[in-house]
Write a protein that binds this ligand. Structure first.
Ligand SMILES: Cc1ncc(COP(=O)(O)O)c(C=O)c1O
Length: 407
């Protein structure tokens, strides 16, 4: 067996199952889960129709890994409209089966494990795929804590020069999961300078870019590069997806865009790996990237929901409206920590909330790693406000009751 498989950590939801194994949730209340970040708003009808219309022809041929020109052009046109960035659809865009597999596969393409000390830098907390991708690529992860005092920006300046010198790949996540922070231009500038100096590649995970609460749409990596005069997007690849934008996590559709000299080897890797997108999914994706009305409506639904739920939770928890994404990243009272039972405050909070009020939240420490004795997710929980507003409001009411009863 591949010995690197043994380095993979249990996925957060596996850890959650164990944490809850001996709990009987309050049977008087129906379960509400704020645990998994899976979009629940309705998938648009036109997208389903495009999917169905392509069935007759779409199932009868092997797709090209590069995707159809129509799909690549639809992706490039979206980037142009959304970010004002002109891309060559033939060389700077590639369809992928959702950003998850692409983030993983890209690391396997980029990392050279034969170079001593191969390192992948990532924020902490982080989307778990980054770490698994680094391990299976034969590299060591270097975790960079996100600082609550600076809107959860990763403290890139904490990375020692010697670590940057052996870094081959940097994952950035903007808007971030779990804190929803958007990376500003000056932070991009700093990372581009570091990439120029040390030669590492930047993988920019942007799958929450269309769900935002500020007036301005989140800055994208390609947009930042263009503003800074880096029109060749050297060493930069952005990852995006329809899962959250169009409420189709089951479609498995996204694309990457950026440096043509990275797209080429990535396409080669994917050709052997079997990363081609089904023609049926490609047809639906062309329709989805071409329509913005459903995205505006989806964003409106999230905005209304967050506007209602966040103030209720802010009365009892240290939590604020994020820049973007569909999560609340709330600090829980430190008094929940139960050293005797070996439970951090976030774990104990999640257990007691489930037991008493049948609401599931994800302990923040499961999304982060301990570095130097500190886990930057400890003491926080992630709440995904993906369900209908009534259900999210009900959850917020139960959390209020839970905390006032305890006080
Ligand atoms: C930060 C982040 N990146 C990527 C993904 C993967 O999404 P998908 O593969 O559906 O595009 C997720 C999914 O939850 C995520 O939270």
């Amino acid at each position: 067996m591949n010995p690197l498989l043994s380095r993979l950590q249990p996925y957060p939801f596996e850890r959650l199952r164990k944490l809850f194994a001996d709990i009987t949730p309050n049977p008087a209340l129906r379960p509400i889960s704020l645990g998994i970040g899976e979009p629940k708003h309705a998938a648009p009808d036109f997208l389903k129709q495009a999917l169905a219309a392509s069935l007759d022809t779409g199932l009868s041929s092997y797709p090209a890994t590069a995707g159809t020109p129509a799909l690549r052009e639809a992706c490039a046109a979206w980037v142009q409209r959304r970010y004002g960035v002109a891309l060559d659809a033939a060389t700077q865009v590639l369809p992928v089966n959702g950003s998850r597999e692409a983030l993983f596969a890209f690391a396997q393409t980029v990392i050279d494990p034969t170079r001593p000390g191969a390192t992948v830098v990532m924020p902490n907390p982080f989307y778990q795929i980054y770490e698994g991708a680094a391990f299976l690529g034969g590299a060591e992860p270097h975790y960079v804590a996100c600082d609550p005092a600076r809107n959860f920006a990763a403290d890139w300046d904490s990375v020692p020069e010697a670590v940057w010198a052996r870094t081959q790949l940097l994952f950035v996540c903007s808007p971030g999961n779990p804190a929803g922070a958007v990376m500003p231009l000056d932070e991009w500038q700093r990372l581009f300078e570091l990439s120029d100096r040390h030669g590492f590649v930047i993988a920019s995970d942007e799958c929450y870019s269309e769900i935002y609460f500020r007036d301005d749409a989140p800055l994208g990596g390609l947009e930042a590069a263009q503003r800074l005069g880096r029109t060749d997007f050297r060493r930069l690849m952005m990852f995006t997806s329809l899962s959250k934008r169009s409420n189709v996590p089951g479609l498995r559709s996204g694309f990457v865009a950026g440096d043509a000299s990275l797209i080429k080897p990535f396409l080669l890797y994917r050709t052997y790996h079997g990363g081609a997108m089904s023609p049926v999914v490609q047809a639906a994706s062309v329709a989805a990237w071409g329509d913005e009305d459903h995205v505006v409506d989806n964003r409106r639904q999230y905005r209304e929901k967050f506007a209602q739920v966040t103030p209720l939770l802010a009365q009892v928890l240290d939590v604020a409206l994020p820049d973007a994404s569909f999560y609340l990243w709330a600090a829980v009272p430190a008094s929940f920590a139960d050293a005797a039972a070996g439970l951090s405050a976030d774990e104990a909070f999640a257990r007691e909330l489930l037991a008493q009020y049948n609401v599931t939240v994800l302990p923040g420490s499961y999304l982060a790693r301990e570095v130097g004795g500190a886990n930057p997710g400890t003491g926080r929980v992630r709440m995904a406000l993906v369900a209908e507003p009534a259900e999210c409001l009900e959850a917020a009411g139960r959390i209020q009751a839970f905390l006032s009863r305890r006080a």
